[in-house]
Design a protein around this ligand. Sequence first.
Ligand code: PBG
Length: 307
Amino acid sequence: MVRESRLHPDDLVAPLFVREGVEEPQPIGSLPGQVQHTRASLRQEVSELVDLGIPAVVLFGVPEHKDPEGSEAQNPNGIVQLAVQDLKADHGDDLVVITDLCVDEYTSHGHCGVLDSAGQPDNDATLEIYQQIAVAQAVAGADIVAPSGMMDGQVAAIRHALDHAGHEQVAILAYAAKYATALYGPFRDAVDVTIAGGGNRKGYQQDVANTREAMQELREDVAEGADMVMIKPALPYLDVIAQARAELDVPVAAYHVSGEYAMVHAAAANGWLELDAVAFEHVGAIKRAGADIILTYFARRIAEGLQ
Ligand code: PBG
């Protein structure tokens, strides 16, 4: 009666990986229970998630061929575009399909953009590529595109490209406050990404020590036309989630990332923590802090627990 917040399957978005050129789903060692799906196993998994009441999935592609420009990301027959078509054919408007919009899974060097002569991401050249990817994803049937590369001006550039191509109804979920955290490690295993030369993303992702800068990024993305904004990772940044919810009038999403999930599994595998209890406490805390939408690898487990 006096409980102030509660989880519901409606709050959850399941992140899913789909890999080109494999016959069987490939387990991801550092993400227990998660796999790189084939197109067929993705369809099966998503049907089960829809039956559990989960309203949305976010898709990440693992292409067979990577190159410096990440060109497979914008190929109309690229793995994510094909998977979007499959899922929209299966579920129509009963499922919100979100596509991660970035090139790091597709570039041979692992950065979120094309590189300049100094080997650093070239912001503006990358925006043009993001525009092409956005249109390819929209043509495939994506309901929401989610730019995650943290290039300056990406939301405005993508909005412009989508509108120009007649996709005014496709929404943008901006990874607005995405921190240069140490918690993305298992994800990079999941998408076979190693950043060239032992590099990192500190040149474009947020400094983990900063809150005001994150608020600035969030406000800028809303001003550029983001329909929803995201804070990522989630648990170390509950302060940012709470502040964003208080100050902004768009839906606030939080991404409970791979490292946050893997830690709980590792401790539970050692018998040190109780998996379900901690999963509910962690994801519940993200809701309590103010997130309207929670992307989490625990989506299925939580929805099952709520049935
Ligand atoms: C970039 C992207 C990343 C994640 C989502 N989109 C990785 C990165 O910035 O290195 C991480 C998600 C996770 O750790 O679960 N396309």
